[in-house]
Design a protein around this ligand. Sequence first.
Ligand code: SGN
Ligand code: CA
Length: 537
Amino acid sequence: LGEGLGVRPFITTNPMNRNLSLSLTGAALLAPMANATAQTKQVKHKKPMNIVYIMSDDHSYQTISAYDKRFIETPNIDWIANNGVRFTNSYVANSLSGPSRACMLTGKHSHANGFTDNTKTFDGSQQTYPKLLQKAGYQTAMIGKWHLTSDPTGFNYWDILIGQGDYYNPDFKCNGQKTKRPGYVTNVITDLALDWLENKRDKDKPFCLLLHHKAPHRVWDPDTCDLDLYNDRNYPLPATFYDNYEGRQAAAKQKMSIIKDMDIVYDLKMADKENEIHSNKWLEKWGREARLRMSPSQREQWDKHYDPIIKKFKEDKLTGKALAEWKYQRYMHDYMRVIHSVDRNVGRVIDYLRKHNLLDNTLIVYTSDQGFYMGEHGWFDKRFMYEESFRTPLLMYMPGGKRGDITEMVQNIDYAPTFLQLAGVQVPKDIQGVSMLPLLKGKRVPWRKSLYYHYYEFPDEHNVCRHYGVKDQRYVLIHFYDDIDAWELYDLKTDPSQLNNIYGRPGTETITRNLKKELLRLQEQYDDPIRHKMVKE
Ligand code: SGN
Ligand code: CA
């Protein structure tokens, strides 16, 4: 299913005009048209609102053209922004998959929902927004990457990838039963979601569908029909690619460097048939074994694409900067191909909703479980409270709602109260997030002036130290603790790339004092037990 659709959208766009006009070739027509019927009318919601929540895994805002046009065109994801809103200051509470998902489901920070890092098991007996929606009469479904170890609760239907899931012919657990499904994961998840919308729900009831892609998580395996996309593109090297991490202890300790930690065989697919290319013992083994999941036809297309690249790689014998930049280009090519497939499949969902007249009463959300590094600071992965991974894309289409940008600082703990309020369900008092519904309706309301963040997973494969911090509209103050004790302060106005740690510099005393006060206030407000141990300085 889904292999070989081969849709290549082309964009004609005036950069000053955020309403892209799409001209699409071939089967284009999978892509929804920019002028949907619903957005111009002020719809009074007599009918209850449905929710289609699409979340990918590790999708950076840098690689969504509604946010950034340097790398890729994503016309279908952009449709949501062009017919709805683009959040320009959207953040997570803990930049990692499982923790993010737990924050979204509960509307609470990690310490309060208990899922602080990916080694935890989610306590599914606790309150979540799907449970509350289900109680209020919604049909609820969870399809795709779940990553919370315990079985989902609060869903009429669930069909989840096992663990991280696989790109090819993935294994699922469907309402308790294990099944292997043929095809490419992004297509398969979308097929399951459309099948649920069409055949498996009670159509007399409102619905909430959580469609969670595995893509574009490591190791960025493209669909076979997308392998040859973007062959001619050369991606601009980020200005901070050769960062030396001066003044930043935790950044210097990480193991998420494209140069040092990205594996030639595992991540970059140089598993040669002659078995002459060797890399990290375990990663190489996994990289070679991963191909065994493929069907003969998938494998044939894969080899047709990668064999010449492997051959050239062997001939070129690159070293130093040339090797580093080759790795960056390889990474970017595969990542963009994986995104292209996500975008095409988002188009299939919007198209379904349009064809079934659901655009008048459905909120469509597109987001990622966190941001991701596209070579900034020389990195892939996430975790840090630096912009690329702390921020996450967030686009919403709400019929009758505001169009344009929402600039308020929102966080993934805000999703649950938003969806509950939209469904007319009372938001429980213990939810820590704030409903964004007034913002979606274009109302000016008093809004938070700062955000709280807390990351826990250390030590782990990428070796990012534990840290918490506060961000206001201009500054970010971060405290790395546990194995090290290091504070960092950045002025995002003068140093958006966060290269210059100004903590302790003369002239920053008042800013630092105020931010520490605010940090403590947030730790008290959210009742994070860490405050008892720290922040006495
Ligand atoms: C896996 C990846 C890591 C990644 C974590 C967490 N390694 O362990 O690179 O940081 O997931 O990602 S892999 O070899 O299995 O690909 S998360 O988004 O699921 O939290
Ligand atoms: Ca993730």
